[in-house]
Design a protein around this ligand. Sequence first.
Ligand SMILES: [Zn+2]
Length: 216
Amino acid sequence: MALGLKAAVAEVARTMHRDGLVVGSAGNVSARAEGESTMHITPTRVPYADLQAEHVVTVTFAGDPIEGEGLPSSESLMHGAIYAARPDVQAVVHAHPVHASAMAVRRESIPAFVDEQVVYLGGEVAVSSYAPAASKDLAERAVAALGERRAVLLANHGTLTVGRDPVDALEMTRLTERLAHIWLLASSRPGAQRLPRDLVDAEIELYRMMQSEGGV
Ligand SMILES: [Zn+2]
């Protein structure tokens, strides 16, 4: 089971790299492990193109090593903080997709403008206030800005998305990137419209219902 989960983490990291959502060994992928307060996470300094299950390391939510020879991702604290705050989350993907990162540099949230965004991600995609990469502050701010939703922008940095497994969390990264791309195009001229507030509120209720039933 652990090897299956580690293989899923490695495969999603390779896919994330192949699809241009990060370059080199930037970004990171993790899955909640069976032990209490532990997770499987991608190592630092291994090129994702070559990443295999045996490179994935098991650490505590505080980043202390449990199993594996590699150095755990420098963003282990952020992943751990998300699992500690969100018992529903089974996997976390942190990436640097171009359009979503552009929104993060502008420190602008992606407003709710299509139905699938609200139903799958839980509403607008907020931006966490700035903190340096790998810091404890970044971990705390990411948790706060994510709230009950499934995607957040990290100011001047990238994205963080969550899901029921690594593939699902990566899908949420793709959706966030697509939404950012559409919004940047739509808002490049006057007249971009958001969804009506009362519709968004109703769809957030639907999102909550689906989450409480085991996720969308
Ligand atoms: Zn990063």
